[in-house]
Write a protein that binds this ligand. Structure first.
Ligand SMILES: C[S@@+](CC[C@H](N)C(=O)[O-])C[C@H]1O[C@@H](n2cnc3c(N)ncnc32)[C@H](O)[C@@H]1O
Length: 217
């Protein structure tokens, strides 16, 4: 069993702050080459629209492409990220979409505020201990019946690259097994309704990709 690798919030924020513009250049248009991500986000948007409340949040939004995709499908999307530098880039790249600095472990939102949540690769810097805490916070801000759509790197690896987009880096990237994510989701009181794995696209880091729709009853 691997040991946990903790990432301090300031380290995450500072690291992404240093690479924010380069990160946005690399990823802001990535959904164009990710058909399964687009299909799942279309389905998620339809699921939210069918329930009437259009407020959704994209947690760990980075350069904001997922928040933008949901905004363009008629949802009231708020992109949230720990890094003020990433939020500045998201605002620059997506005028008209709402973004705010915030932490997935302690969201500044009332209970039941959102009809749906997305979190694409934003659990990658959380430990296995933090995972159920982040999901419990997601459950708190989800309205009954709302879903959290997750994407993550599947596996047991912990990557510690010394370079991140040309900048020195001491962050770790934590992969999680699908069984581990199911267990953390269930510990937080959500139902792991949909679980999907796919092989990586040629343009991606060569890791298996996991997706889950975790729903609040
Ligand atoms: C790998 S990037 C993914 C960004 C975007 N979702 C995407 O798919 O390109 C991880 C993002 O999560 C953010 N993040 C990490 N820990 C966070 C936390 N505790 N609260 C909010 N954002 C966090 C980072 O600042 C970074 O922008």
């Amino acid at each position: 069993m691997r040991s946990d690798s903790t990432n301090d919030a300031k380290l995450v924020s500072d690291t992404y702050g240093r690479v924010a513009a380069k990160y946005a250049d690399a990823f802001v248009d990535e959904l164009a080459a990710k058909p399964l991500d687009r299909a799942l986000l279309e389905w998620f948007a339809a699921d939210v629209r069918a329930r009437g409340n259009l407020a959704v949040a994209d947690l760990g939004t980075g350069s904001g492409q997922v928040a933008r995709f949901l905004h363009d499908r008629g949802l009231r999307a708020l992109g949230i990220d720990l890094s003020p530098g990433m939020i500045a880039q998201a605002r620059l790249r997506h005028p008209g979409v709402e973004f705010a600095v915030g932490d997935v472990l302690r969201l500044e939102a009332r209970d039941g505020a959102f009809a749906g949540l997305t979190a694409f690769y934003s659990i990658v810097h959380l430990t296995r201990i933090e995972l159920p805490l982040a999901f419990a916070e997601a459950r708190r801000v989800l309205a009954p019946g709302g879903g959290l759509l997750l994407a993550w790197h599947v596996g047991d690896d912990i990557l510690r690259p010394q370079d991140f987009l040309g900048e020195p880096c001491s962050l770790s990237w934590n992969f999680f097994s699908t069984a581990g994510v199911v267990s953390a989701v269930e510990e937080a009181g959500l139902d792991a309704e949909v679980r999907i794995e796919r092989t990586p696209y040629a343009t991606e880091h060569p890791s298996t990709r996991g997706y889950m729709l975790a729903r609040r009853a």
